[in-house]
Design a protein around this ligand. Structure first.
Ligand SMILES: [Zn+2]
Length: 295
């Protein structure tokens, strides 16, 4: 399975799902994920104090970065750099390592890092499978500016993987699913050598509308505690609209750091709506943001 193309089709289908569900009032309230995907493209008009129409949340008053950009046939590194310049956003590139992907050996990783070093980008990796780091030497991994990982590809007890971001993911038993999902989140946050936790609190389509009931204070606190223990930053994800404002407020109170990520492989890189909105609502400052140093 090609992760790159599948994720891109996810974004496409999620917009379709947003359109389909928009007519259903049940889906409209309090769902950080699909319901607002369309909204992100066409923000509703609101009136400022002066009475003029304000359509976009303001760009934060601190340096902004998109640390979740994938290169693709639609987005070369030069194009990504230009988009970053145009939108005044620092670009961070990630690539998947592992068996199904281009980066499998030290030689592949070295080529990837050396190839990007001449550009003004941060260089990251987005591993998918736990244990990925054993395939690479520590000294080479240390040359990366950062590692970002999500917990959306769950190991199946019978072997293989369940990619819960796929639109056709089934959830038969919500409690059983959440127990398994929390176990995997705990594994990723407690054992994987990562700097940023991506797509935090994302829920698969069948249970997405129960977001606020499912993400109980206990579950949220568990994620925050684990991230804090290993100084892992929280990605505010532009495409999935996660995590929600409540999670972010609690994470901020726990002094966690944040990043913005589009997970884009095209012109959407460095284009933010949800991230800016959350930065405004949670009053994020430069001190709240994680900024990996260029090595
Ligand atoms: Zn990604």
């Amino acid at each position: 399975m090609n992760h790159t193309y599948s994720r891109r089709s996810f974004v496409h289908t999620s917009v379709m799902a947003g359109a389909a569900f928009a007519a259903q009032p049940l889906f409209a309230a309090g769902v950080p994920h699909f319901s607002r995907v369309l909204g992100a493209r066409k923000p509703a008009l609101s009136l400022s104090k002066g009475g003029e129409a304000a359509t976009l949340p303001p760009k934060p008053g601190f340096p902004v970065a998109d640390y979740h950009v994938h290169l693709s046939p639609q987005l070369s590194v030069e194009q990504a750099v230009n988009l970053g310049k145009e939108r005044q956003v620092q670009i961070g590139i990630v690539e998947h390592p592992g068996p199904d992907y281009k980066i499998q050996t030290d030689a592949d990783l070295k080529q990837y890092i050396d190839g990007l070093r001449k550009y003004p980008v941060r260089i990251g990796l987005q591993p998918v499978y736990p244990g990925w780091s054993k395939s690479f030497s520590k000294s080479l991994l240390d040359e990366l500016d950062y590692v970002l990982m999500d917990a959306l590809t769950l190991p199946r007890p019978e072997g293989g993987w369940l990619a819960i971001w796929q639109i056709d993911t089934m959830v038969d038993d919500e409690e059983a699913f959440m127990t398994r999902y929390m176990q995997f989140i705990e594994q990723v946050l407690a054992t994987e050598p990562i700097d940023i936790f991506a797509w935090p609190t994302f829920l698969p389509v069948p249970i997405a509308r129960q977001y606020s009931q499912i993400w109980t204070r206990q579950r949220v606190d568990r994620i925050i505690d684990l991230a804090k223990a290993r100084k892992i930053a929280i990605e505010i994800n532009e495409v999935a609209h996660v995590p929600d404002e409540n999670f972010l407020a609690l994470a901020k109170r726990a002094s966690l750091k944040f990043t913005f990520g589009t997970d884009a492989r095209n012109q959407n890189a460095a284009h933010f709506y949800y991230c800016f909105q959350m930065a405004q609502k949670c009053r994020l400052t430069e001190a709240d943001m994680f900024a990996p140093k260029r090595k």
